[in-house]
Write a protein that binds this ligand. Sequence first.
Ligand code: ATP
Ligand code: MG
Length: 394
Amino acid sequence: MEYTHILIRYGELTTKGKNRKTFIATLYENIKRKLYMFNGLEYEKNYDRIFIKLNGNNPDIIKKELNLVSGLYSYSFVVKVENDLDKIKEISLKFALENEERKFKVKAHRNDKSFPYVSDSINREVAGYILKNSKLRVDVHNPDLLLQIEVRPEGTYVFDNAIKGLGGYPLGVGGEAMLMLSGGIDSPVAGFLINKRGLTYQAIHFASPPYTSEKAIDKVKDLLKKLTVFQKEIKLHIIPFTDLQVAIYDNADESYAITLMRRMMYRISDLVAREEKCLALINGESIGQVASQTLESMNVINEVTTMPVIRPLACYDKLDIIDLSQMIDTYEISIRPHQDCCTIFEPKNPVTKPKLDKCKEYEEKFDFESLIVECVKNREIIKIKFAEEKDEYL
Ligand code: ATP
Ligand code: MG
């Protein structure tokens, strides 16, 4: 079929009342940015649809890009014809003939009230024409081909497909958060899900040189480069964490090391987030996945911050997280073998039910506050940008 346009539906956005205008404008801009490499596309938006005129571009290639735009509920490849019943019949038959031997149903929608046929008579006229000129049979309950006809003032759109988009909200309508990004599989997926919900994020990474190598940092940068497919520019804060980790090991029982380390991570993330005007912390924790992700652990760790901590993967199974990481193409980077600060200092028997009193007792033994201030002060800040553009060092 020679499609002329793509018809885009907003879906969930329709429920958002007065924010609707901003949402649609943002989605519109995000789609245009995503498709910037295609020459000759023409855009038009109205109350409930965006239309993209293809001007000869291949819809299958465009599909790949559109599937990565959040806030896009569903879309269809369509053929636009004049508001003329004969022309509508002719193109409908063409769709039908591409689906020979099947059962069909016509579903017309007359949006242009000046069109002389009501929806029902369009249905009847078009179905009759198809029956006369093809082998297809009508089945209104269980059709193989659902032929849809939308008659609008500017023309009639005929299509037979609705491709499900990513859903969620357009990126940039929900404010900014701080993503705790390790080199693992989970946290990049958490970042993607946050983008899908319309939020942008900055990333914070804890590095423990010389125990962790420069390669571990490269891994984090490569992950973020992948994620710039969704968010064009991501600010990364690299925290020199070694002194604080060593202090924990010098002052606490080994079984509490991870709990204390994560309390420090949360404290530092909280400070950097506030400085950067981010409104929430995001991480890749998943309930029960490891010792520090039991509800008892989460309570004790979460106690150090009053910021909302959002865990997009809290209820996901690992295999589903892996599927998502493959979809967003971060999986291969995440499984590179470079060690992270957590894995290097990992105790043999971490507590699964840590006690808050015990944490406080250990933390009183050393001046963690000034070590935290040092971490925040000595952080390195890098902007990771989309495509071939070079990283910008601040
Ligand atoms: P994995 O796929 O190995 O589980 P992970 O990233 O989930 O990787 P965890 O040890 O489960 O690693 O850590 C839970 C969460 O804590 C991470 O998802 C991440 O948000 C945060 N985190 C862990 N280590 C770091 C780090 N070095 N820097 C920043 N955030 C970290
Ligand atoms: Mg994990």
